[in-house]
Design a protein around this ligand. Structure first.
Ligand code: HEM
Length: 237
């Protein structure tokens, strides 16, 4: 029961740090002045054009595609696979499980492998491409290690050392509804959960902030209409 309590406290803390930290960062981004109109050309000339550009950026990683095909391929595969994996995990948080969450379960399984493969390739590039190796900092390596650790321990549970999913789900729903239940103590599950906790704690101070940050990039989110409309710098309050 001690273990269940420790993880429960850690999960509440991590959730608070994640939510408040992220909200704080997003507020900072939103308030940072954008003093110049600097959309990268060819740029959209209407607001709906900007929405289309941002959608292509977020869904297809368009600017990464233009800059490097290999990084784009590995990065895109990793992110899309992670999205599927995370959506697949919703089955641990919902009762009854939503229809579309049951529908994606089989794809989510393969996505686990695709996610780890993409991450491994992104990590390999930091050793094998001299130019990238030179600019890689410890945090670049550590974030990749963390995500690979989460993926590898997840796959271990799926294919090697199964955990008691029913009890785990009861534990998670218990955390959500304040009706605490015991946590299964399998080592691989504890590793998986501990790494997820670390991820939640460090997310608001890490490079992973590029996820909300992309929406605040002036070169992507500005309309190219300075001849039609006077540009007024934003933010700075
Ligand atoms: C509180 C949060 C989480 C819980 C309780 C959890 C739990 C689990 C469990 C029980 C499995 C084994 C599935 C099975 O045997 O069918 C699993 C697999 C996996 N987990 Fe997590 N996990 C969490 C968060 C995450 C996050 C944030 C990621 C990715 C960033 C992740 C990545 C994976 C992967 C790649 C697999 C293997 C493929 C799959 O079964 O979908 N997990 N997780």
């Amino acid at each position: 029961m001690l273990l269940s309590t420790i993880y429960a406290v850690l999960f509440y803390l991590a959730t608070a740090v994640f939510v408040v930290g992220l909200a704080y960062r997003i507020r900072l981004y939103a308030r940072t002045p954008a003093p110049l109109n600097i959309p990268t050309t060819p740029a959209p000339i209407t607001q709906s054009g900007v929405v289309l550009r941002m959608t292509k950026e977020v869904v297809l990683f368009e600017s990464l595609f233009k800059s490097n095909k290999w990084t784009w391929l590995f990065g895109w595969v990793f992110h899309m696979a992670m999205l599927l994996v995370v959506l697949r995990h919703l089955r641990y948080f919902t009762e009854p499980v939503w229809f579309w969450v049951s529908l994606i379960q089989p794809f989510g399984m393969y996505a686990g492998f695709a996610m780890v493969a993409g991450l491994a390739a992104l990590w390999g590039r930091r050793f094998l491409v001299e130019r990238i190796k030179y600019i890689s900092s410890p945090s670049d390596h550590l974030m990749l290690m963390l995500l690979i650790g989460i993926g590898a321990s997840g796959l271990m549970m799926k294919y090697v050392a199964h955990t008691d999913i029913i009890s785990l789900k009861a534990y998670i729903l218990g955390l959500m509804y304040f009706d605490w239940q015991p946590l299964p103590a399998d080592p691989v599950l504890l590793v998986h959960l501990s790494l997820v906790l670390i991820l939640m704690f460090i997310f608001p101070i890490s490079k992973l902030l590029h996820a909300p940050g992309v929406f605040f990039s002036p070169t992507r989110n500005q309309v190219e209409n300075t001849r039609e409309k006077r540009y007024v710098p934003s933010g700075g309050k």
